[in-house]
Every structure is written in C-alpha cells, then in structure tokens.
Design a protein around this ligand. Structure first.
Ligand code: ME8
Length: 500
C-alpha cells in the first residue's frame, strides 16, 4: 500500500476564510479522496497560522485575548471546511501545545547544530506581511501586497544560516528531488537562487510577544514563518510520534498559491536540510484569484464567502466550479455569473438531468428494476469505452494536478451518456414494444451512471453519495463494465442540482 501525504498552507487567522483559501483546500481534498479511493494510506493536513504581531493587534482591536481571537477565527475556518465537505485528517493550529513543543525542540536542534547566531538587523519591514523586503521587491517603494511604505526597522535578532543552503536547495530542485510545479515557477526559484542567492534569515523578534519563545533566549520569539512552516512535520507527529512521522513524511504534495512559493522553496527546505530531514516531494503552485478583476481581501470588502455561496450553489457546486473554471497554475477571475452558468449547464443540465432521466425511465418502463445485459452493439461499446477511458484520463490529469482537465474528462463521459440516451431513444423502444433492446439500453445507462458516480466522487462527494443511494449501492465497483447487478432496484430520488 502506498502512502499519500497532502497539505495546504495553514491560513492566517488574521483573515476570514474566503474563496481563495477554499481553492487550495478543495484541491487538496480531491487528491486526498482520490488516493483514499485507490486504497492508499492517506494523511491530509490543513490548519491555521496564529502567531505574530498582526494577530495580537487584531485581537486587541476586537477586545479579545490573542488566544480567544485565534480560537474564534480558527473555528470559522473549521466550520467552512465542514460545510464544503473537506476530509482533512487533522486540523493543526500553531497554538496547539504539540506544535509549540515541536517548534521549541526544532529551535534547540538548529541552535545545537550551530545554525543560529546573534546579530543586528536593519531592514524595510512591512507590518502587514510581517516580513522584511529588499528594495527591489518593492513597487514604487511600497509593499506590493499592502501598497504601503515599509518601516525601517533595526533590531537585535538571531539569524538562521540560510545562505549555507543555497546550493544544496538549488541542486535538490534541479534534480527533481524537490519538484516545483509548474515549470515556470520552478524556473523563477532556480534563477533567484542562481542569480541573487540566499542571505541569512533574521528568524527571531524581540518585540513580538505573541509567538513561540526561543528556548535559548526567551526574550525573543520565533519569526512567524519559521514557526508556521514547521506545521507540516509537527502535524504528522515529529518528534512526539516518530512512528506516525516515518509513516507519512516526506509530504507527497504541498499545495499553495504563488504568493508563498519563495518561503516554501527557500526557508522551508533549508530548515529540513539543517535537521537532516527529507524534503517534501512536490510543491505544487496555483494562481491567484481576483474578484471581478480586483484583488480579494477583507479590507477591500470583496472577499467571497464560500459558506454563503454554498447556500445557493451547494458545496459540490462550489467545488465543481472553482476546479473546472480555472487552470491550476493560472490566475483567474472569480465571477458569480460564470458560477451560475456552469451550475445550470454542467451540473443541472448535463449531470443532474442524466441521472434523473435514466432512473425515471427505469422506473417507468421496468418498475425500477434493471436486468443484466452485455454491451453488444457498436453504440453500446462506444459508451462503455468512453466511460471507462475517463478513469485513466481523469487520473493522469490529476497526476499533473490539472483539475480542470480531469473534470473535462469526466464530463466527456457525462456527455457521451446523454448522447447515448438521445440516440437510443428508450421511449421509442418502449413504444415499439422492443423490450429486449430496451432492457439492454437501460442497463447500459444505469451502468454509465454507476461509473460516473465513481468518477465524480473525489470532486463531488455529496452528489456521488446521493447517486449511489439512488442506485441502491453502498460503494461503487472497480473500473470494469458490468458492475450493476441483475435485478438491481433503483429509485429516482430528488433532483441533484435543481435549476436556479
Ligand atoms: O500565507 N487566490 O496564509 P494565508 C488563490 N499563513 N489562493 C489564495 C488567495 C487567492 N486570492 N488568497 C489566499 C499564509 N489563497 C501563511 C501560510 S504555510 C506554512 C503559512 C490561498 O492565509 C493560497 O493557498 O495568507 C495561498 O498560498 C494561501 O491561501 C495563503 O494563505
């Protein structure tokens, strides 16, 4: 049995859960569900990033203690994930005692191994990002994310010898030991490492109280990124449960948007190399969503709330739309009118209508009972082949994390099944009294619906479960034609996607 460990970034509690966070989380969920269905030993981790000056500030503004504030916002993330049927195996918080003690141990080790030294740092610091910027990273002298001039800050700090790892990280990325996808993102990082190179990292703050104290100097707390990145290993048991850690580490896929690739491709592998731990296998980077052309943020007031959308479009509707509409590496513009179109066309017309008309015909012409039959005419075999081929196309697309291509492959099977119904016209067969051919055709239709429910399962888990209930089965069979039992009883349930 293979193992599969997939992660999302841990999201800042300083924000509200929005459709951008949902994108990464839903993508990770699809991979986790696919691998579980394939029998892999899966671990899927997500969570919240809760330390830092910004969080303490927001808590004070809200009249709460930092911990109360974090409990509150972290709970909101968990609620949204439950609503969207996210099947994470663990939800990690950087305020969890187990994480705090893992980070404490990690810091001790880095210090014992000689990778930390004390110094003075002066730099351009953006409070919004909680990080220093180099001049050439600024746009018109301002932070590109917050559009604010950073402050010049000088402080005593501990440094992590990041620069020592430049060449080893570059070699790991170039050899594919640490794969960065898509290619253009990999090139961005390798040219950065080659042309600019890493400088040592100011990894502690003496002015930030809401953080994890350095074990060798508790007047400093760990830089929030050093704390946060470590969630990927503390979340699978390092160092408290090494059996669990060895079972799942290294991560097979770490998903994130391009905004945080740099830290994940520099500080993160350097920390692991310093600790002599294996590197994650793949960092898979997606684009950024805008809303009607604008950046999405709490402060702009245009952060799209996935929970509100799910009320209208269902969790599966949201899951389908965001993975189908955008290429994974590309930026995309989120528009409710496109969501509406896709819901009505792909989900209500194509999928919902297929399932409801097939089952309605079995009820009407055969009292809901399906008779076993082989796919024996050209048109039957063509349906069978298209549907069964969709598994391979879906899975190879998902291997490339091309979620939109995977869904397009599944929808080819849906369209082919709809065409089959139109072309075979069971209503005409019934009228003509061709009961034998009618039974074969309806068997093939039900069989196609059976496989389609398996094909959509990682993407649309609720719809897949409802469809299985209509087919009277608890689980779908393997990707082989003939899963529908002779005399199987099916029932047409509620409409899967009522038209809006
Ligand atoms: O960066 N479009 O947390 P974060 C697409 N705590 N994806 C988006 C998005 C958008 N408009 N907005 C957010 C942090 N995301 C750190 C991570 S990990 C050790 C620490 C998604 O809450 C995307 O995955 O700002 C992005 O990388 C992540 O949320 C950033 O989340």
């Amino acid at each position: 049995m293979a193992k599969f460990y997939v992660t999302t970034p841990i999201y800042y509690v300083n924000d509200v859960p929005h459709i951008g966070h949902s994108y990464t989380t839903i993508a990770a969920d699809v991979l986790a569900r696919l691998h579980r269905a394939q029998g892999d030993d899966v671990f899927f981790l997500t969570g919240t990033d809760e330390h830092g000056a910004k969080v303490a500030e927001s808590a004070a503004k809200a009249g709460k203690s930092p911990q109360e504030f974090c409990d509150d916002v972290s709970g909101r993330f968990r609620d949204v994930w439950r609503l969207l049927n996210i099947s994470n195996d663990k939800f990690i918080r950087t305020t969890d005692p187990a994480h705090v003690s893992a980070v404490t141990k990690m810091l001790t080790e880095l210090n014992d191994r000689g990778y930390i030294y004390k110094g003075e740092y002066t730099g351009l610091y953006c409070v919004g990002c909680e990080r220093y910027y180099s001049r050439d990273e600024l746009v018109d002298g301002k932070c590109p994310l917050h559009n604010k001039e950073p402050e010049i800050v000088s402080e005593e700090t501990y440094f992590f010898k990041l620069s020592e790892f430049n060449d080893r990280i570059l070699a790991a990325i170039e050899s594919g030991e640490l794969s960065i996808e898509p290619e253009e993102r990999k090139n961005e990082i390798t040219s950065f490492l080659r042309l600019e190179g890493l400088t040592d990292l100011a990894m502690s703050r003496s002015k930030v109280e809401w953080g994890i104290p350095l074990p060798f100097d508790p007047s400093h707390t760990a830089y929030v990124w050093v704390d946060a990145l470590f969630n990927y290993v503390s979340g699978v048991g390092w160092p408290a449960d090494m059996a669990m850690f060895n079972r799942f580490w290294p991560a097979d896929v770490e998903l994130m948007a391009k905004d945080i690739l740099r830290v994940h491709a520099t500080i993160w592998p350097a920390m692991l190399l310093a600790l002599e731990l294996p590197l994650p296998k793949r960092l898979v980077i997606h684009g950024f969503f805008t809303v009607d052309g604008h950046k999405m943020s709490k402060s702009l007031g245009n952060a799209i709330d996935p929970a509100a959308l799910a009320m209208t479009y269902t969790a599966d509707g949201i899951r389908y739309f965001i993975l189908r509409e955008f290429g994974f590496g590309q930026d995309g513009d989120f528009s409710v009118s496109r969501l509406n179109e896709r819901y009505n066309k792909d989900l209500a017309n194509d999928l919902g209508n297929l399932v409801s008309r097939v089952l309605a015909m079995v009820e009407k012409y055969q009292n809901g009972v399906v008779a076993a039959a082989a796919a024996d005419e050209e048109i039957d075999r063509s349906l069978r082949d298209t549907v069964l081929n969709a598994y391979r196309s879906r899975d190879t697309a998902l291997e490339r994390v091309a979620f939109n291509d995977a869904l397009a492959a599944v929808w080819q099977a849906v369209s082919e099944a709809n065409r089959y119904v139109d072309a075979t016209a069971p209503w005409a067969l019934d009228k003509a009294g061709e009961t034998k051919r009618l039974a074969v055709v309806l068997y093939n239709c039900v069989e196609a619906v059976h496989h389609i429910s398996a094909l959509i399962d990682p993407f649309l888990p609720e719809t897949a479960a409802k469809t299985r209930a209509m087919l009277g089965i608890a689980a779908t069979g393997p990707a082989v034609w003939g899963q529908t039992r002779d005399k199987a009883k099916v029932t047409k349930g509620e409409s899967l996607f009522p038209r809006l």
